[in-house]
Design a protein. Structure first.
Length: 144
């Protein structure tokens, strides 16, 4: 008799835990303006980044999380749209902004890097930082 009641209990518990999984959205915010971000930290994902995608939705971005501070270089190879690229310190301050960096489909592609070390890199739609007044030195609130 106990076996009959145990199976439905386990099944219901599993169903509830799956239905109530953590659905926290990763965001980067400046004042009252937030963008939802896809967070990447695995080497393969970081190397691919936004390559081969056709665009980013408004108020979306990609956040690269490194394990160490450096002047992490980026390029726009195999991109089909321009980006704003922000290099961000471990404490969340913008240390460098590359505005309106153009896509590159033919080698050699330019390499972009900051003049100061950064721990994170954020890619946003081209023009986003200017239209939302994100500036060098601003403190960002990262929730991921």
């Amino acid at each position: 008799m106990k076996k009959i009641f145990l199976f439905p209990f386990i099944y219901c518990s599993l169903f509830i835990s799956v239905c109530h999984a953590d659905t926290t959205v990763s965001q980067v915010c400046h004042l009252n303006n937030c963008v939802s971000v896809e967070v990447v930290s695995k080497q393969d994902d970081m190397e691919r980044g936004l390559m081969y995608r056709t665009g980013l939705e408004p108020d979306k971005g990609m956040l690269f999380v490194f394990t160490f501070d450096d002047k992490h270089p980026f390029w726009m190879k195999n991109m089909s749209f321009s980006l704003d690229i922000l290099w961000i310190s471990l404490d969340g301050h913008i240390v460098y902004i590359g505005h309106d960096i153009p896509a590159c489909s033919n080698d050699p592609c330019a390499v972009y890097s900051p003049d100061k070390p950064a721990h994170y890199v954020l890619e946003l739609n081209s023009g986003y930082t200017a239209s939302h007044q994100w500036k060098l030195g601003d403190k960002l609130d990262m929730k991921f």
